[in-house]
Structures are given as C-alpha cells and as structure tokens.
Design a protein around this ligand. Structure first.
Ligand code: PMP
Length: 288
C-alpha cells in the first residue's frame, strides 16, 4: 500500500497529498511543524511534541483547528493507519490559503498534515566513529526576529548553515548566536563534556529546546552525572573532552572534530557512549 498522508481529517495516497499553492505555509513559511519518532509502535514523548507544536503555534498566533488530545490521537492514528512500528512522523500546521499578501487575517483553513515515513538515520559508522562538523558563518536567528524556540516552517536560517556544512564535507554545522556564543547545530542540539561535567547551552542562547536534549539531560542526571546549562563559546568546543549532538532523527551522535580541531581523543568518549546506550534503552522501555 502506498503511504497514506493525513491532511485535515482525511487520508490521501502520497501522490495525491496536496496543499494549495495559495497556502501561506508555502508562500511565506507561515506555519509550524514537529518531527517525532515511534519505536516499536509507541510514539516517543508524544505529549511533549504536541505541547511544543502548540507553543510554536501560540507564538505565531496560529490557532490549530483541533485540541491537543485530538492531535495526539491523529498522530497515533497515522502510525496505525500506515501499519508502522518504527517511524519518523512529520506534523505540519500551515496558516492556510489566502491572498497574495502577508496579512495572516486574510487566510482561511489552516491545514494539519501528518506524514509518516521510515526512519533515515545518519550512517551507522558515524555513531561508532563520530561526526565532523564545522562552524557556519550564518548566525542563528536573533530571538527578537524569528525566535529559534519556534519550530516554524521557515527553516532557511538552518538551511543556509547546512549548505555551509555540506560544502565543507560535513553533515552537520554548528551555529553561533548573535553574541557569538554556541547555540546549536542546524537540526540538533549540542552537548560538551568538560572535567566529567555535561554542558549544553541554555534555552536563551537562541536554540530550539530539543525534546531529545531534555530526555538526555534527565537520563544523564539519573545516571549520576552533573549536567549544566551554561553559555559556551567555540573555545569550549575545541577544548572539550567529548562532544555529542541530540535530535529526534539523530538520537545521540558523537562529534570528534570541529573546524579541523580534534575533540578529546578523536574518538567517541566514554560518557557519550554510556549516554547513547542509555538512550537506546529509554526509547524502547515500555511506559517511558
Ligand atoms: N535544533 C533544531 C534547529 C532542530 O530542528 C531540532 C529538531 N530536528 C533540534 C534542535 C532537536 O530537537 P528534538 O530533540 O526535539 O528533535
């Protein structure tokens, strides 16, 4: 069966899953989205993802035409409908169709789209040997412009940085905020290990507050590590004992090189490996 895409209450074959060219989601990137994972038929941190979706929508004054409970049920339903157990789920809410002007009041019918797909992870050898990243020249969006805490349909800021990474032969790129502090990567949050302590930029550094980031901070604390949210600079990355990234698609992936500097011993460190193992167990644990 061809994958079935949910659009505002109905399912469509992939080829017929279409949105109007007048939708402000397309015309202006006016909308919000989520990337979610299901493991063994269970959606990981569904409530948290739904909450972040509604917070993103609230921040752009977009009224999602269903309740949080209906949204959660629709996401679960889309997995079941497609007969998937392990899946990547993309939820998109657009502003809806309107006239060719910016004014969101001129739009009607916000669209809710749920796409379910097989997961495509980074190649397995990168989890074993670690990623190489570069720092992008593109600054992460200023929080007073498009706040990175909003997971909006306008991802050009991240795409521009990603292009720099690709050009340098890297699959991820580090983004600094307008103050030159470490913010996050184009689609992942960043963590460093220094003196055995786990460090990550705070939410006001201009980052998306990753659901995986929170899950990893919680499980690291449960495992007895000290975890601190603090301002970090590139120097801290270059001199870190260990570095790893977190994200829904990436899970937890080691970084062994940044801007041509070898990080730590140049191989995934013991804390990174330990946390990755714990994360693997967490996502497969019933009732987590
Ligand atoms: N930062 C950005 C910019 C992202 O797009 C994402 C999600 N891909 C993340 C961080 C990680 O967030 P999460 O753990 O919720 O997937």
């Amino acid at each position: 069966m061809s994958p079935q895409v949910y659009i505002s209450g109905k399912y469509y074959d992939k080829a017929d899953a279409k949105i109007s060219v007048f939708d402000h989601g397309l015309l202006y990137g006016d909308g919000v989205f989520e990337g979610i994972r299901a493991y063994s038929g269970r959606v990981f941190r569904l409530k948290e993802h739904v909450e972040r979706l509604y917070e993103s929508a609230a921040a752009i004054a977009l009224a999602i035409p269903m309740t949080r409970e209906q949204m959660a049920a629709a996401i679960d339903g889309a997995i079941a409908h497609n007969g998937l157990k392990d899946a990547y789920i993309r939820v998109v809410v657009t502003r809806g169709s309107g006239s060719l002007g910016l004014d969101p009041r001129k739009t009607t019918d916000p669209q809710v789209v749920i796409i379910t797909d097989k997961i495509s992870l980074y190649p397995e050898e990168l989890y074993e040997h670690g990623l190489k990243i570069i720092t992008a020249a593109t600054t992460r969006n200023h929080p007073n412009a498009v706040n990175p805490r909003i997971k909006s349909l306008n991802y050009l800021n991240n795409i521009l940085a990603k292009m720099e990474g690709v050009q340098a032969g890297c699959l991820e790129a580090l983004m600094l905020n307008h103050k030159g502090e470490v913010a996050e990567c184009t689609g992942d949050n960043i963590f460093l290990v220094k003196h055995g302590e786990i460090r990550t930029p705070p939410s006001d550094a201009g980052i998306l507050e990753g659901i995986t980031r929170q899950a990893v901070m919680d499980l690291a604390r449960d495992a007895g590590y000290r975890v601190v949210e603090m301002t970090l600079h590139r120097h801290d990355v270059y001199t870190a004992e260990e570095c790893f990234l977190t994200g829904t698609a990436a899970e937890l992936i080691p970084v062994v090189e940044c801007d041509g500097r070898t990080l730590g011993d140049g191989v995934p460190g013991p804390i990174t490996r330990n946390l990755r193992q714990r994360f693997q167990l967490l996502v497969r644990e019933p009732g987590r």
